[in-house]
Ligand binder design. Structure first.
Ligand SMILES: [Zn+2]
Length: 176
């Protein structure tokens, strides 16, 4: 479908005009039509939402190579496991990297800190909002790897590694 054929956008679409314009340029030289959703390099990455992390580039990977699941802290949540099970069985995943990082807000703050900060920004009570902070990153990473390795639907043939990404050097440190 050509962009010109899209139905009339919602009235507030101007909020995204700069990004839509950039997308139209992107689509002009789009090379991935008909591409399938398999992880071409057999890689799945679970990492933090932090904007300092470029998951593909930091591993020498490119478009189409990996399944990437991100959340605050880069934790192996039930949704991450859902992604990894699908990845392992249907999308060609053979190796899983779980990658938290240095100077992560989820490890540097307590739940209470974040509730106070968000509450101030929101101008209202945020004490009910869970943030799942990480008091001990190494212990959390060990637990996250255990969750992947012991999942009954993730086969033993899938290699699982735990790493810490150093945001000030770009280096990946293998922990497990
Ligand atoms: Zn983070």
């Amino acid at each position: 479908m050509d962009a010109a054929q899209f139905p009339t956008p919602p009235a507030d679409s101007g909020d995204f005009a700069d990004l839509i314009e950039a997308n139209r340029k992107y689509a002009e030289t789009f090379e991935y039509a008909g591409f399938d959703g398999v992880a071409k390099a057999g890689i799945a990455i679970v990492t933090c939402m932090d904007s300092r992390i470029d998951p593909l580039k930091m591993l020498g990977l490119t478009h189409g190579d990996a399944k990437i699941f991100r959340n605050p802290g880069g934790r192996v949540t039930p949704q991450a496991l859902e992604a990894l099970v699908l990845g392992a069985h249907l999308l060609g995943v053979e190796r899983v990297l779980v990658i938290p990082h240095t100077r992560c807000a989820m490890a540097a703050n307590t739940e209470e800190d974040l509730r106070i900060k968000v509450g101030k920004s929101a101008g209202q009570d945020a004490s009910w909002q869970p943030f799942n902070v990480v008091p001990d990153q190494t212990a959390a990473l060990a637990e996250d790897l255990r969750r992947v390795r012991t999942h009954p639907l993730i086969p033993d043939s899938v290699k699982v590694g735990g790493f810490l990404y150093h945001v000030d050097t770009g280096l990946l440190e293998q922990k497990f």
